[in-house]
Design a protein around this ligand. Structure first.
Ligand SMILES: Nc1ncnc2c1ncn2[C@@H]1O[C@H](COP(=O)(O)OP(=O)(O)OP(=O)(O)O)[C@@H](O)[C@H]1O
Ligand SMILES: Nc1ccn([C@@H]2O[C@H](COP(=O)(O)O)[C@@H](O)[C@H]2O)c(=O)n1
Length: 208
């Protein structure tokens, strides 16, 4: 079974995707990490993430980078959002994601274009969202827990900028697939959101 989980920044899609993977015993891929790895590689090389040639040159990053804690930083998220708008970068990363989705037994992937581009044939698709204010509060709390001193207003501004960039780009923009179930977690704690996600997947399996 392939489960596609898409949604905007800090919506909780990764938390839900990991929980679904545990529940169904499936491997999980956080596809945002791939774009973050390209973004941070460009920055470390002194390049400009908005420059397609600089970004494309860093698509062959080392596997070790995928576990670098620096990928979790807001700077890496911002750079990822810039490099991900280049069609050449998306083309360089697509095969890896599709192979992961299509492995025997299935998989859970989360990102922005899993249900629309990477695995349009997924058996269940969730579009996880929450208001920008709620997402900013969650991300702010997460950063504070990591010992990072950020202002809530700056986090909210960054989330809004990323929403705008990710939704308006021409290459694989963030959007809900026509056959995806919407899960707005603004008023849900993690446990409730995960239980709701499992119920939505179960309903899709039953009607398949
Ligand atoms: N329903 C929820 N209620 C409260 N906090 C939540 C909820 N869902 C997720 N969180 C918290 O919000 C933060 C962001 O969640 P998560 O990393 O899953 O989001 P994401 O959409 O995968 O983000 P990214 O943009 O990095 O891909 C985490 O600290 C997580 O624990
Ligand atoms: N399938 C994807 C996944 C991510 N992106 C871009 O990467 C940025 C970082 O993603 P996170 O999920 O780790 O926050 C994100 O803002 C997107 O621009 C993507 O384009 N497609």
């Amino acid at each position: 079974m392939i489960i596609a989980v898409d949604g905007p920044a800090a919506s909780g899609k990764g938390t839900i995707a990991r929980a679904l993977a545990r529940h169904y015993g499936l491997p999980h891929l956080d596809t945002g990490l791939l774009y973050r790895a390209v973004g941070i590689s460009v920055m470390r090389a002194g390049g400009d993430p908005a420059n397609p040639a600089h970004a494309t040159a860093e698509c062959g990053f080392s596997e070790a980078l995928l576990v670098d804690p620096a990928l979790k930083s807001e700077a890496a998220g911002r750079a990822a959002s810039l490099v991900s708008s280049h069609p050449e970068v998306r083309a360089a990363l697509i095969r890896r994601q599709q192979d992961f989705a299509d492995q025997p037994g299935g998989a859970v992937l989360d990102g922005r274009d899993i249900g629309t581009v990477i695995a349009p044939h997924a058996h269940a698709k969730l579009f996880v969202t929450a208001s920008a204010e709620v997402r900013a509060e969650r991300r702010h709390r997460e950063l504070a827990g990591m010992g990072l001193d950020t202002r809530l207003t700056a986090v909210l501004q960054d989330i809004r900028a990323r929403d705008e960039r990710d939704s308006s780009r021409s290459a694989a923009p963030l959007r809900q697939a026509d056959d995806a179930d919407l899960l707005d977690t603004s008023q849900m704690d993690i446990e409730t959101a995960v239980q709701r996600a499992i119920a939505l997947v179960e309903a899709r399996i039953r009607t398949a």
